[in-house]
Design a protein around this ligand. Sequence first.
Ligand SMILES: [Zn+2]
Length: 214
Amino acid sequence: MQEYTGFNGEALELIRDTNIPEAKSMLDRVLILTNAHTNEVSKRTLGAMVQPQIDKTRFALRHIFGILCNADMQPEAKVDELHLNKLRTNYTKIRSSFDAFFPKVFLERDNPAMAAWVSNNLSDPTVNFTKLYFDLSEMDQAVTLIHERAHTILRIPGHPGTGDSPVCIVPNQGKKLGFDVASRNAYCYEWLATSLHPNYDPTPYEDACKMPTH
Ligand SMILES: [Zn+2]
């Protein structure tokens, strides 16, 4: 099967030259910022200036994946260490999957409900795209790829704990599902990657969830 099917040149180039490199860079960032040893070294050499980033990272880890880390990014308990190691292994697998071949198919649909999806047959690595994908911001396009690859590579079908279309989620606040559920939900992998992006701002997500006042 060819790598890209059904895309026009512009769409193909957007995915290949912008979205995939951004997805890789977001995954690399997650792996660096969740590395306790790297954080310890930066804290020792750079001092207090690294603390806000550590605090952002541990806030997101706690709320999205239920992993507790102290102010030095050390896991609080043995169970947190096990979960953090498992999470980092999973992110490493997703990151590697962007260096492997996977087919990408564009499908015309009159009324697409999803921007992208993979088959429930997880041995099929094809990522299918609809025109909705191209309405997303570039950051959302990149995390959508992370989400779809997480399904396939981690073999995690469905979305336990959130359903297929979670609404009113502020990414760094997650959905407080606890590690066992969150680590099987592809949305949680995209939320952490979004939360740790330097341009991440929770405000638009918070505003979108506020009830209109009259
Ligand atoms: Zn999904």
